[in-house]
Design a protein around this ligand. Structure first.
Ligand code: NAD
Ligand code: IPM
Ligand code: MN
Length: 363
């Protein structure tokens, strides 16, 4: 593409702070490539609710649909915590994922060597770990029927439903196998098939899909056992595919391997090249507005955009390499800093990455 149309939705809390740094990186790449970058900003989350009374305005959805890719900062915060479910900032994110058909959420977990000491886990177990979590994103517990009722005794009761149909499982598992083919050719399907009927279907479908990929090995693990293995022996995993809520929880756990939740990027993909790119972390209200947030998860999400939407593997690798070199130089945002490390703010970390990137691109 000679024109990159990107919808940018900064959102709430640290969302706008990390988004600003991610956009600078994208601009640097586009300028170097001679590509016309069209960045259009939209409202989402609490910021949209405050401005127009709805967390996901139609204009925002239209903007996303008219774009090649979407970049999203983060949504949510205590200010909007008491709103009814459909007005909450988080409803906008879920609505966007569903409306855009973004069923496959890729969350690569690749600890940088320079950050091994930043993790509380032993470096010897982390070095070389490279796990790709593929989280189902438009079904499962998040999107099943929800309701409040009263029991015959008059007690209040709440219901969330975990529903999956075969086609929903099939497409995300197939995506996981396709991705595994370009990696170490192992898929771990994570479920709770010893208890949940939806997991028994998940396991059956995964087994059936695996037959189409004789070159890729499939293993099934129960989610509780996987949660432990991920910490005990992360290097045994390659691609991990799992239900929506399991994937949400396991990816925050996996962030511990990288040293900080501020390091995990994500790509949410539909069929084809369209995608939404966002850091895995939230709006971090506890540090918002203080220039303390780590922008690297957001910047690494730009690398995923370059790779998955714009098909520019060289640019994606250049961004990842710029991050690597900045970390090797020793500078850290506060979430990663150890005693004695030079600490920089959000914007200064963005400066370092852009400088490292430009130095590499010029060569
Ligand atoms: P969070 O990820 O926002 O923060 C958890 C902890 O990690 C906090 O201590 C925070 O300061 C820290 N942290 C997060 N990102 C960081 C970064 N880039 N640099 C440094 N430190 C960082 O999770 P939470 O506190 O459970 O949720 C806060 C709000 O964000 C909630 O409203 C939640 O719904 C929302 N949320 C949104 C998204 C999203 O937009 N994709 C994701 C997760 C949570
Ligand atoms: C994430 C977030 C969201 C999720 C919330 C904010 C709805 O935690 O993207 O991981 O649960 O999917
Ligand atoms: Mn989450």
């Amino acid at each position: 593409l000679e024109r990159w149309r990107v919808a940018v939705l900064p959102g709430d809390g640290i969302g706008p702070e990390v988004t600003a740094q991610a956009v600078r990186v994208l601009e640097a790449v586009a300028a170097h490539r001679g590509v016309a970058l069209e960045v259009r900003e939209g409202l989402i989350g609490g910021a949209a609710y405050d401005a127009v009374g709805r967390p996901l305005p139609d204009e925002t959805l239209d903007l996303c649909r008219a774009s090649d890719a979407v970049f999203l900062g983060a949504v949510g915060g205590p200010k909007w915590g008491a709103l009814p479910a459909d007005k909450r900032p988080e409803a906008a994110l879920l609505g966007l994922r569903k409306a855009l058909g973004l069923y496959a959420n890729l969350r690569p977990v690749t600890p940088f060597d320079a950050l091994l000491p930043a993790s509380p886990l032993k470096s010897a177990y982390l070095a070389g770990a490279n796990v790709l979590i593929v989280r189902e994103l438009t079904g499962g517990l998040y999107f099943g029927e929800k309701r409040r009722t009263r029991t015959p005794e008059g007690e209040e009761e709440a219901v969330d439903t975990l529903v999956y149909r075969t086609s929903e499982i099939e497409r995300v598992v197939r995506r996981a196998f396709e991705l595994a083919r370009g990696r170490r050719k192992r898929v771990t399907s994570v479920d709770k098939a010893n208890v949940l009927e939806s997991s028994r279907l998940w396991r059956e479908v995964a087994t059936r899909v695996a037959a189409e990929y004789p070159d890729v090995e499939l293993e099934h693990l129960l989610v509780d056992a996987f949660a432990m293995q991920l910490i005990l022996n992360p290097r045994r995993f390659d691609v991990v595919v799992t239900e929506n809520l399991f994937g949400d929880i396991l990816s925050d756990e996996a962030a511990v391997l990288t040293g900080s939740i501020g390091m995990l990027p994500s790509a949410s993909l539909a069929d084809g090249r369209f995608g939404l790119y966002e850091p895995v972390h939230g709006s971090a209200p506890d540090i918002a507005g203080e220039d303390r947030a780590n922008p690297l998860a957001a910047i690494l999400s730009v690398a995923l955009m370059l790779r998955h939407t714009f098909g520019d593997e060289a640019a994606a690798a250049a961004v990842e390499d710029a991050v690597k070199r900045v970390l090797e130089s020793g500078v850290r945002t506060i979430d990663l800093a150890e005693p004695g490390d030079p600490v920089v703010g959000t914007k200064a970390m963005g400066d370092r990455v852009v400088a490292a990137l430009e130095a590499a691109l010029v060569k």
